[in-house]
Ligand binder design. Structure first.
Ligand SMILES: NC(=O)c1ccc[n+]([C@@H]2O[C@H](COP(=O)([O-])OP(=O)(O)OC[C@H]3O[C@@H](n4cnc5c(N)ncnc54)[C@H](O)[C@@H]3O)[C@@H](O)[C@H]2O)c1
Ligand SMILES: O=C(O)C(=O)C[C@@H](O)[C@H](O)[C@H](O)COP(=O)(O)O
Ligand SMILES: [Zn+2]
Length: 363
């Protein structure tokens, strides 16, 4: 399966298949033959779980740089270590970098590639379900202790090779986390799709074929949006549904404690509550969605661990905020997102409603 991505700055393809890494990499043969060095960035967990398959199917010589797993790789320290590695390897503008891992490796690698010698080409080889989102569209970043993804660049890859073999070694928690972004893509684009997902017995145990279909649908939504708005001036903000509250939870907890998709799911429920005030959605739907999330094992305990006041400093650093006012992505109805300024007093009211709803449902 192929999904073309045509942004203002760059055009490329996401190729999605099963057990096809060797063939998919060969499609880049011209560019790779001309490269003076191929570097693979990965993380320790991915390398242990999937390194053998990667080495057996990657048909070129390469040097590997192994990062710590998860959010621990999206730090200034790892950014610095990665740049040092490229310099020590005598990488040039003719070198080529591969991001082999989940969203964390992809975000770090993309930012390193964007800034090494002011830009070297890179290819995303995603290994998580979540990375159907992160590998596409060119948002790259590292975290700052004061806020999530604060230091980064828009920098598109040369291509995305998505071999679903890699997702087979994902722990269930990561399957769940990644599926939250599939659900987000459904919520911003297609009511029937969300209805189908909510009707599933479970969204955590899809077959390989069904998973590929869901990933493709998510990638198509993302590709269409970033083609229209690469740098988040307008419709790209819709991809941030659930992230204002979600990123605040992630940052307050300490990066990596609450997985990104878990935090996004919390943020999606918060946004449904807020959306009830401005569109067609109602409390019955929000409650049904929360039940669906709980049935699939999404954890909501983190909400109780932080007061609204503790979340406020992170909420206020949301990148969509303008002139000190938060801009929330809301839903007029499922499939119809819009952006609206919301003041802190209203955020606090909805936060209280959220905690009340959780108290009622989590008895
Ligand atoms: N750039 C974007 O547009 C974008 C979009 C969404 C999320 N993100 C970012 O992506 C990150 C989350 O990505 P993620 O959920 O993929 O997390 P991740 O990269 O941290 O991976 C999750 C965990 O699974 C392990 N892992 C990855 N692939 C594996 C595999 N195949 N088998 C076994 N273990 C594996 C990792 O080592 C890690 O411990 C966050 O930092 C988030 O901010 C970026
Ligand atoms: O691609 C986008 O645009 C997104 O917002 C996708 C999000 O799922 C992703 O988590 C992104 O990294 C969040 O971006 P940020 O600008 O809020 O840090
Ligand atoms: Zn996200």
């Amino acid at each position: 399966m192929r999904v073309p991505v045509a942004t203002k700055s760059h055009q490329y393809e996401v190729v999605l298949g099963h057990d096809f890494l060797a063939d998919a990499v060969k499609a880049f043969d011209d560019q790779l033959q001309k490269a003076d060095k191929l570097i693979v960035f990965t993380d320790a967990n991915v390398w242990v779980a999937q390194g053998d398959y990667f080495k057996a199917n990657f048909p070129y010589n390469f040097e590997v740089f192994v990062l710590p797993g998860g959010e621990a790789c999206k730090t200034f320290e790892q950014y610095n270590a990665a740049q040092t590695f490229l310099l020590e390897q005598k990488c040039s503008r003719k070198s080529f970098i591969f991001a082999f891992g989940g969203g964390a490796v992809g975000d770090l690698t993309g930012f390193v590639a964007a800034t090494y010698m002011r830009g070297v080409p890179f290819i995303q080889i995603p290994t998580t379900i979540l990375a159907h989102d992160s590998a596409v569209g060119g948002k790259t970043a590292i975290n700052h202790p004061l806020g999530k993804n604060m230091i980064g660049a828009f920098y598109q890859p040369e291509g995305v090779i998505y071999d679903t073999v890699f997702t087979e070694s994902l722990p269930e928690r990561e399957v769940r986390s990644g599926t939250a972004e599939v659900i987000k893509h459904a919520m911003i684009s297609n009511a029937a799709w969300l209805e189908e997902l909510m009707a599933e017995e479970t969204v955590i145990h899809f077959s390989t074929e069904e998973l590929a279909k869901q990933l493709k649908k998510g990638i198509e939504v993302k590709a269409q949006i970033v083609a229209e708005d690469e740098t988040e001036q307008s419709v790209r903000k819709f991809l941030n549904l659930g992230h204002t509250y979600g990123h605040a939870i992630e940052a307050a907890a300490g990066y990596g404690k609450v997985a990104h998709g878990e935090a996004v799911m919390i943020g999606l429920v918060y946004c449904l509550l807020l959306s009830e005030r401005y569109g067609e959605l109602n409390r019955n739907f929000t409650t049904a969605f929360l039940q669906f999330a709980l049935k699939n094992g999404y954890p909501f305990e983190a909400v109780k661990e932080y007061s609204f006041e503790q979340l406020t400093e992170y909420l206020m650093k949301d990148k969509k905020a303008e002139y000190g006012i938060l801009q929330f992505v809301l839903l007029e109805k499922i499939g119809k997102p819009f952006v609206r300024p919301i003041d802190l007093a209203e955020c606090k009211e909805v936060d209280a409603e959220f905690r009340q709803l959780l108290a009622e449902v989590l008895v």
